[in-house]
Ligand binder design. Structure first.
Ligand code: NAD
Length: 343
């Protein structure tokens, strides 16, 4: 574990099993300098236990950076639950996970992620209060996607301001992915006067966006190479890679998808091409801000103000990046590290 390539001095890594419910979980707590380590519970049929460990280490570290950058009183953590097939996790499994979280005495706060739902978190809640991201009916704040999308919108606006010195009126944005985040983002962009071209593998979502936002549609494999002002990835991760980056015909990339860069070198490749890149974990922090607010009981205004702060924060990252001829992702990492590393 200690020389694992993804190990980054994680404070604690817990392996927990509960055979009666089928729980096989890894809870990775990367850093608690700023507060309890918050991170979702990913439930996935991993090919190997080694792959699950790598995910837990990598994703928990990512949460530390995301929360530190958003200036939240949180650290970073993640739970990974290994299941034999998708949908195999029972209510008993989440109750057992809740007991594991409770034993961590508030150093870790769990939430939903790929493969788990707010309803699953309600099961966890029976065993521990260190859980967030519950349904409104269960006393939570509900779907975080609207706040994520609003934060991404703030970020796209800040990106246009830096790249073009303008607001979004008439700016052509190529939106990839019209799911919970992408569709809400398209709504904000349209209201702000942006011109939209959209793509999704779901024809219904594309049709709905064209109708509601006067958008033009292109095929999913065309959107990344479209000639536009800003490319906004809101589908899956690793969309910016050695294949897509040379094809980009935009001045900037700003979208909500997680882990957009396939490798760190891809951040450098964008920088070398003179394409302004809004680091994903800075621009898509709206959801974690909402989850943090739910955990601490913040009022709606507090959450909104913190989501709106994503815009100015990105402008600071861009200014430092341009002033030092450094990729914005490198600057963001340094700024985040300064907020949690106090060696
Ligand atoms: P979602 O599943 O609701 O939407 C994803 C959309 O992308 C779907 O409509 C899907 O059809 C589409 N898609 C998939 N492959 C595509 C392709 N090749 N080309 C075009 N479209 C494609 O997910 P979401 O909640 O909207 O999340 C989108 C991204 O934002 C993910 O990377 C997610 O990790 C990230 N994110 C989401 C949140 C949140 O609050 N939901 C928070 C932070 C980050």
């Amino acid at each position: 574990m200690f020389d694992h390539p993804s190990f980054d001095n994680h404070e604690r890594v817990v392996f927990a099993t509960h055979p009666a419910s089928g729980l096989n979980a890894i809870v990775a707590i990367h850093d608690t300098t700023r507060g309890p380590a918050l991170g979702g519970c990913r439930v996935w049929p991993y090919e190997s236990d080694a792959a699950a460990v790598t995910d837990a280490l990598r994703l928990s570290r990512g949460m530390t950076y995301k929360s530190a950058m958003a200036e939240l009183p949180l650290g970073g953590g993640k739970t990974v639950v290994v299941v034999p097939r998708r949908g195999a996790a029972s209510r008993e499994l989440f109750r057992a996970l809740g007991r594991v979280v409770e034993e961590l005495s508030g150093t870790y706060v769990v939430a939903e992620d790929v493969g788990s739902s707010p309803a699953d978190m309600s099961e966890v809640r029976i065993e521990t209060r260190h859980v967030t991201g519950l349904d409104t009916a269960a006393g939570g704040t509900g779907d975080p996607s609207p706040n994520t999308a609003y934060g991404v919108f703030m970020g796209v606006r800040a990106t246009a301001k830096t790249a073009f010195g303008s607001d979004l009126s008439g700016v052509h944005v190529a939106v990839q992915g019209l799911g919970n985040v992408g569709f809400n983002l398209a709504r904000h962009l349209h209201a702000a006067g942006a011109r939209l071209t959209v793509a999704d593998i779901s024809e219904e979502r594309v049709a709905a966006a064209c109708e509601a936002f006067e958008a033009r549609a292109v095929a999913p494999d065309e959107i990344a190479g479209l000639s536009a002002d800003i490319f906004s990835p809101n589908a899956l991760g690793a969309g910016l890679n050695a294949d897509t980056i040379p094809r980009l015909k935009v001045a900037a990339v700003a979208g909500g998808a997680n882990n957009q860069l396939a490798t760190t070198e891809d951040g450098l490749a964008l920088h070398r091409r003179g394409i302004l890149y809004a680091p994903d974990y800075v621009i898509n922090a709206g959801g974690v801000i909402q989850m943090c607010g739910e955990y601490y009981g913040w009022i709606v205004d507090e959450v909104e103000q913190r989501v709106e702060a994503i815009g100015p924060r990105l402008e600071t990252v861009f200014a430092e990046a341009m002033g030092s001829d450094t990729p914005p992702g490198v600057i963001a990492d340094r700024m985040a590290e300064a907020r949690f590393r106090h060696d």
